[in-house]
Design a protein around this ligand. Structure first.
Ligand SMILES: Nc1nc2c(ncn2[C@@H]2O[C@H](COP(=O)(O)OP(=O)(O)OP(=O)(O)O)[C@@H](O)[C@H]2O)c(=O)[nH]1
Ligand SMILES: [Mg+2]
Length: 625
């Protein structure tokens, strides 16, 4: 039977007994720093592990993160609760609801933490009933309104057993974290172990990491390999989502990595500094100082994402501010990049780091390119795919929603499904919005038809000309469009695209010119007159273009035209000569063909490109096969 892994973090006001409770539950004192022991206060994150048995007998392993309650260390607290499954929310019976009880509650709600168990600590010295009532009142309307409340005392050991059972019962109902094949380890500690080298720890989400794997650390782009993995002191081959994970990176120095960095695989996009987000402010009971703090357009704030804290500026779509109980779309300009996914949640604090003022959800981590219009919350993969394509027009399949909380398979299935329902277009490697694609096709067809109408002597429109007329920068997308057109009704011939039904014809008055040109080229087939001499007037230029597009004439170099037939004959003769006489120089081949360097040099270069010949020193040999 496999053990389910979860992460629990404590939360609550300073001195309310969080660390003492963790020690009573696990036997581990999470306060490990000498200064913490001296001041009897938690400063930074502490860690412990708790083995539990679910009511159905299944094993549960919970990694516990103990956070500081003091208002000076809220920043550390947020780094600890970024990706937890359940909060162990602590309120002391002798003190009741206090400022950081409130602030921590808001932080957990902004981060979307869905589950909590509430411990009314110090039940031996406080008023359990009154405080329980106060807690229920403060939690009403929040995600924890229905969470169980357990009175505890570490002095008398009251309620500890019940708390263990409550945690087990609650965790048993929670889905384990999803493995979407996109692991992110939000690094919260970096240190050196004597004889082992650099170790980073964090909470792993989104996918697994295994020993020997090649990884990248963002935002520094540090690429390295995992030497070994541990979770709560146990060596592992593989760390799974929802595990506290320690990773040994012997090839890195400690000063190359810091708290807030993200370890991931190189294939899932890069960090960015502009996020499109939906910001929200909770509406909380009166007298709460955190609600009063203004959040205006242009405000400088701190964004807490994962274990990172980054200064940023807020831009709302229009001027104004975000009031309590409201939400608004905004763009966040960060001073340094974060590796965020669509659907990630974050916390916003003021620039002086005194108040938690808002929270939000990332709607687009690549927020540079488009307006705030049409950005949607990621409810399900299908609607997200459609909304994304509606905004972007098109995207490469492998890039579409790569930074989202959906797996590549889920995205791929959604694409196929939407295509079958006619809601999106899939063409080669491009996924596109139907309307966008239809418009593009209509414009392309219009340009092709206009070319046919205006210049019937031309085989069609040059693809490069079509691309620039459509103003398409992306070559791959353009190639998909051409391929789509060529599925029905259109054809690509060399460098032009045309209606299948189109036959290029020269106007009657140009036919004598055509005759003259053909004769000039046929007169000295292997050493014809220069292109300049042949294209003596605009009409001759038009005819030459017609003959090239039609395939009867090859333009070998800027100034060299050959009849296709001469080109093919020269090819056979070169092959025959080399087969008979072995590798040959330009000059030998020139003599054999009775041609000139002007023609033979570009001719052989063309044969090299076509894989007919190969250059070895100053000689040409034949390519095998
Ligand atoms: N009487 C009594 N005292 C307790 C109980 N739990 C904790 N304490 C005391 O409360 C004080 C604070 O306990 P901690 O566990 O350090 O509190 P904390 O919430 O971790 O504090 P910070 O991490 O600094 O926010 C210590 O002196 C504990 O001995 C309890 O159940 N009963
Ligand atoms: Mg503590």
């Amino acid at each position: 039977m496999t053990t389910k892994h979860f992460i629990i973090a404590t939360a609550g006001h300073v001195d309310h007994g969080k660390s003492a409770l963790v020690k009573a539950l696990t036997g581990t004192d999470p306060d490990r720093l000498p200064e913490e022991k001296k001041r009897q206060i938690t400063i930074d994150l502490g860690f412990a592990a708790l083995g539990l048995i679910a009511p159905n007998g299944n094993k549960i392993h919970a990694g516990i993160i103990d956070v500081p309650g003091h208002e000076d260390f809220v920043r550390n607290m947020i780094a600890g609760v970024g990706s937890i499954d359940l909060a162990l929310f602590v309120v002391a019976a002798d003190d009741g609801w206090m400022p950081q009880t409130e602030e921590h509650l808001q932080i957990l709600n902004y981060l979307g933490v869905q589950h909590a168990v509430i411990a009314v600590t110090k039940s031996d010295v406080g008023q359990v009933d009154a405080v329980t009532e106060q807690i229920r009142e403060r939690l009403s309307g929040t995600l924890f309104a229905e969470s169980p409340i357990v009175p505890t005392s570490v002095m008398t050991e009251t309620g500890i057993h019940k708390l263990v059972n409550t945690l087990a019962t609650q965790l048993a109902t929670i889905e384990i974290q999803r493995d979407i094949g996109k692991p992110r380890l939000f690094i919260d500690r970096v240190f050196t172990l004597h004889g082992t080298g650099t170790v980073v720890t964090g909470t792993l989400t989104g996918g697994s990491l295994h020993r020997g794997q090649h990884i990248v650390v963002y935002p520094t782009n540090l690429e390295t390999r995992i030497r070994s993995i541990q979770s709560h002191g146990q060596e592992l081959e593989l760390a799974q989502p929802g595990m506290r994970t320690a990773i040994n990176l012997p090839d890195c120095r400690v000063d190359q990595i810091k708290r807030g960095d993200v370890m991931t695989l190189p294939a899932h996009g890069t960090p960015t500094s502009t996020l499109i987000v939906r910001l929200e402010r909770m509406s909380r009971p009166n007298g709460d100082k955190t609600v009063a703090h203004p959040l205006k357009n242009g405000s400088c704030i701190y964004v807490h994402h994962g274990a990172a804290r980054v200064a940023a500026r807020i831009r709302f779509g229009e001027n104004g501010s975000l009031d309590a109980g409201k939400e608004k779309l905004a763009r966040l300009k960060l001073i340094s990049p974060v590796f965020a996914f669509i659907g990630d949640r974050f916390v916003v604090r003021d620039s002086a780091e005194r108040h938690t003022i808002a929270g939000g959800i990332v709607l687009d981590p690549d927020g540079d390119k488009e307006s705030l219009e049409g950005v949607v919350a990621p409810e399900n993969v299908g609607s997200l795919v459609r909304a994304t394509l509606a905004r972007l027009g098109f995207e490469r399949r492998e890039n579409l929603l790569s930074k989202s909380r959906f797996s590549a398979d889920e995205i791929s299935e959604a694409l196929t499904d939407l295509k079958e329902k006619g809601r999106i277009v899939l063409c080669q490697n491009i996924a596109a919005d139907c309307e966008f694609w239809r418009n593009l096709r209509t414009r392309a067809v219009g340009l092709i038809d206009a070319t046919h109408k205006e210049s019937s002597a031309r085989a069609g429109i040059d693809v490069g000309e079509l691309r620039s007329a459509l103003r398409i920068q992306d070559v791959e997308m353009f190639e998909s469009l051409v391929a789509d057109l060529c599925k029905e009704g259109f054809v690509r011939k060399g460098s032009v695209i045309a209606r299948t039904s189109h036959r290029a014809t020269l106007p009657v008055h140009a036919q004598p010119v055509e005759k003259r040109i053909r004769e000039a080229l046929a007169g000295q087939p292997f050493d014809p007159p220069s292109r300049k001499a042949i294209e003596s007037d605009p009409q001759a230029r038009q005819v030459v273009r017609f003959l090239i597009e039609d395939g009867d004439v090859t333009d070998l170099a800027l100034d060299v035209l050959l009849l296709r037939e001469s080109f093919e004959r020269m090819k056979s003769q070169v092959i025959e000569f080399i087969s008979k006489n072995g590798p040959a120089t330009v000059s030998q081949l020139r003599q054999a063909l009775g041609s000139s360097r002007r023609v033979v040099v570009p001719l052989l270069e063309r044969f090299d490109r076509e894989g007919v010949t190969r250059r070895a020193g100053d000689k040409r040999t034949l390519c095998d096969g």
